[in-house]
Design a protein around this ligand. Sequence first.
Ligand SMILES: [Zn+2]
Length: 226
Amino acid sequence: MPTPTAKPLYRVRRSPIHGTGVFATRRIPKGRRVIEYIGERISHAEADRRYENKAHDDNHTFLFTVNNRVVIDGGNIGNEARWINHSCDPNCESLIDDNRVFIEAIRTIQPGEELSYDYMIERDRSDPPDIDVIFACRCGAKNCRGTMLLPPKKKKKKAKVKAKAKAKATSKSGAKSKAALSRTKSAKTKSAKTKSAKTKSSAAKGAKAKGPTLKAKAPRGTRPAR
Ligand SMILES: [Zn+2]
């Protein structure tokens, strides 16, 4: 039977994980794009400026990094996507497709289940010592890393031949870290993998890779940051 499009896939209500959450109202099949992460498209500098005065212990972040230039501020002209909580064992993932951010189911989700994805928040040198306390994760997953932030980046050791060979095999990782490290930001942002619209199935298969994989391609269709 075809699924009626009138009934929404999700609804927003209080979450046992954190504050407000988004819950499936019906079965969502794996691979389904649930929602686009909407908000005002601004520069990283503007994001920093907007959120520099927020309370030290405020762990809300409505900011989503699209690329080195653009951040989506879901706190301004945003939609329900901004309420989807982080989980270390999520049922969704965030993907960047043509400079737009989408939340997609990575497994079949049953009605009533809370939607979640890994925020993959990066660390900065300017982070306060208690950053993992501020961004503590209460997802309750067995593999919960206790924080919404990504694990600290390990320094590359050239001496390790094994690692070198591995890096060669996955050539994209080098470009990724370079892009990610090319700027320091103070406002905490969610991040995602970049997904090309043309290689949907192959990209979905390779979706296990951790961390933001910002492809070094020229952004298209990006509205100028205000
Ligand atoms: Zn967790």
